[in-house]
Design a protein around this ligand. Structure first.
Ligand code: ZN
Length: 154
């Protein structure tokens, strides 16, 4: 009979020292989530329905997404309210953002100059958020989300 000796896994240094290192919460992810909620609630009607910026279909705020006009990869406009509107899954995911119709819808709401500015900002400026900024923005939008839900009763 063969006996296999399990090799003991090395413990992380922190465990060896008897100190557990608590992982910092991912505030970037948390901010994405709360900011998305904020955008959807901001544009939700009192019955909880949102209109897709690109195709105009109505979806419940919990079933619609926060669509970015300029891609989320542009950090300078990722949390810019002029760059974000409720957008249905079909347009946001399967139609690559339905950008042309998004642009048209956005111009109707905020005007061409502000849309141009969003495009410029996304492509020509950069933004690096610190951990502190993520955390503070997360707190800020959490308060606004609670306020909107109360106000609209949704
Ligand atoms: Zn749509």
């Amino acid at each position: 009979m063969l006996y296999k000796y399990k090799k003991k896994k090395d413990k992380p240094l922190s465990d060896k020292a008897g100190v557990r290192v608590k992982k910092k919460p991912d505030y970037k992810k948390k901010l994405d989530e709360v900011f998305s909620k904020y955008i959807r609630l901001k544009y939700a009607m009192p019955n909880g329905m949102c209109k897709c910026i690109s195709c105009g279909s109505f979806k419940h705020w919990k079933e619609i997404q926060n669509g970015h006009y300029m891609s989320r990869r542009y950090m300078s406009t990722r949390f810019d309210e002029d760059n974000c509107r409720p957008q249905c899954v079909a347009c946001n995911i399967f139609n690559q953002g339905n950008a042309q119709m998004y642009r048209r819808g956005l111009i109707a709401q905020i005007g061409e100059q502000r849309v141009d500015l969003v495009e410029y900002k996304a492509k020509n400026t950069s933004k690096h958020y610190t951990y502190f900024e993520y955390k503070e923005l997360f707190k800020y939008y959490s308060v606004l989300v609670d306020k909107l839900r109360k106000e609209k009763g949704i």
